[in-house]
Structure formats: structure tokens, C-alpha cells
Design a protein around this ligand. Sequence first.
Ligand SMILES: NC(=O)C1=CN([C@@H]2O[C@H](COP(=O)(O)OP(=O)(O)OC[C@H]3O[C@@H](n4cnc5c(N)ncnc54)[C@H](O)[C@@H]3O)[C@@H](O)[C@H]2O)C=CC1
Ligand SMILES: O=C(O)C1=N[C@H](C(=O)O)C[C@H](O)C1
Length: 269
Amino acid sequence: MSDLPGIVITGVSGRMGQMLVQTVRASDKARLVGAVERAGHDWVGRDLGACMGGPELGITVTDDPLEAFAKAQAVIDFTAPAATLEFAKLAAQARCVHVIGTTGFEPAQLEALKPAARHAVLIRAGNMSLGVNLLTQLTKKVAQALDADWDIEVIEAHHNKKVDAPSGTALMLGQAAAEGRGIALEENTESGRDGITGARKPGAIGFSAIRGGDIVGEHDVLFAGMGERIILRHVATDRAIFARGALKAALWGQTQKPGAYDMIDVLGL
Ligand SMILES: NC(=O)C1=CN([C@@H]2O[C@H](COP(=O)(O)OP(=O)(O)OC[C@H]3O[C@@H](n4cnc5c(N)ncnc54)[C@H](O)[C@@H]3O)[C@@H](O)[C@H]2O)C=CC1
Ligand SMILES: O=C(O)C1=N[C@H](C(=O)O)C[C@H](O)C1
């Protein structure tokens, strides 16, 4: 019996779920102990390895998250907001570190996540990659240095299956820009322009979303001034960057006190 932290992956058949299975199995710092899918999914009740088209792994995909969490030290969760809210309660009950990559939360849903962090370590980020988390720091710094005559626009592109916009990453970058500028993002957002919109609201932070093909994730923060522009860019070409970040967070969380954390905490940026 290994004493490496045991990890459960939720939404295991998803794009990120399958990438996480590969990442955790390749790691010598953690072991995969459970796999969760939604009730009714055709992977439930079958061996995970066989579902993924490979040799059997001895892990049966379950739709009973609490049963899976009870055997684990961490849950890595890239699913959907309603599912993540449910998993947060159960992970706290099982005292598991809950790493949340899910995006698309409404403000009330984010509020509803808070009680879980009183009992367990909860680490949430709209983007788990080192590059994007560094970019948030750079964005804050540039926004701090420029006055409100510089228009800030966050432009993102993702694959055609993505269901939420702006992306979680775009919101992190917008938040960083707002903090740098010393304004509240909620009161200074401009998005979804269409038709006769009128001139751009001075000082606003704009968001635009492109959806197409298999784009993994691309984000530009554009600072547009009079006669010059600065563009900060991150391009993701492989989902492994998110899975590596999530696993790092799950391991880091093992030694932390209950509370709400993000990837800036994990990476020590
Ligand atoms: N924070 C980050 O670094 C990243 C975040 N994401 C986010 O992760 C989420 C998932 O993305 P993808 O893997 O591309 O989506 P996907 O649609 O391929 O996978 C989601 C999976 O969750 C499962 N699921 C939904 N409800 C469930 C429930 N109640 N119980 C168990 N499983 C359930 C679905 O059946 C599906 O297999 C999205 O919100 C996306 O924006 C994606 C990549 C990186
Ligand atoms: O849905 C995705 O694919 C991604 N979602 C995250 C987001 O909303 O920013 C992270 C990454 O860009 C991929």
C-alpha cells in the first residue's frame, strides 16, 4: 500500500478528465484512486483503462462521488459549476483537498463555494498554467503603470465545444487589470458589443470571445493608447499545462490549513 496522496478525478471522460488521468498516472508523487462521471454516462460501472481504450487499470468509474472521495486525499475537478458546488460539499465532508478548474460560475455560485473552505483546502483558478498565472502578474503591473487613457481589451479564443464566455482566464486577466488600475471590474466591464453600441466607455475593460475548431486556449491583453499599443499574449497548445498545474495544486494542498487558495498561492508568485 503506497502512502502517496490518492487522487480522484471527476468528469473523467472529459477533455481535461482524460488529460488528468494521464498526468496523475505518469507522476511518481501521487496515485490515481478514483474516477467519477455523471449518472447515466456510459463509462459508469466500467474499468477506466478500458473506457480510455487501453489496458485495465483496476479503477471502476463511479457516479457516487462520496464513495470515491472517502478513499482519497485530493479531488481534481474540471466539470461544470453545478457539479462542482456539489463536489465541494462532499470533498469538505471527506476532508479532501479540492482543486477546482471548472469555469463559468455565476457570482452566487462562487459565494456558495465559500463554506466548504472552512473545513477543507479549496484551490480554484480559471487557469492552472504557470504561463497564465505569470501573465496575470504582468497585466497588473502594466495596468498600474498606464493611465485610463489606455483602453484595456481582453481577447480570447477557444475550441468550438466551450460553453462559457468570457473564459475563466479572461476574467482572471480582467480582474488583474482592474486591480492594477484600482477599479472594480464588475462596474467597468464592456462585453458582447453588437450593433450601434455607442463609443467605448472611458476606462472600461472590454472582453471579446472567439470560438472555433480545436483551439486549446489563447488570450491577449491589449493596452491601446494614442499612437501605440502593447499586447501581452499567452497561447496554450497542450492541455497538459492545465493538468500539471492541477496536480501541483493537489500536492501543495496536502500541507495547507483549510481555506480558499488560488494558483498564485500554489506557485508562490
Ligand atoms: N482552470 C483551467 O486551467 C482549465 C479549466 N477548464 C474548465 O474545465 C471545465 C471542463 O472542461 P473540459 O474538460 O474541456 O469539458 P468536457 O465537457 O470535455 O468535460 C466535462 C466533464 O464533466 C462531466 N460532468 C458534468 N457534470 C458532472 C457531474 N455532475 N458528475 C460528474 N461528472 C460530470 C461531463 O460528463 C464531462 O465528461 C470547463 O469549465 C473548462 O472551462 C478547462 C481547461 C483548463
Ligand atoms: O474550456 C477550456 O478549454 C478552457 N477553459 C479555461 C478558461 O475558461 O479559461 C482555461 C483554458 O483557457 C481552457
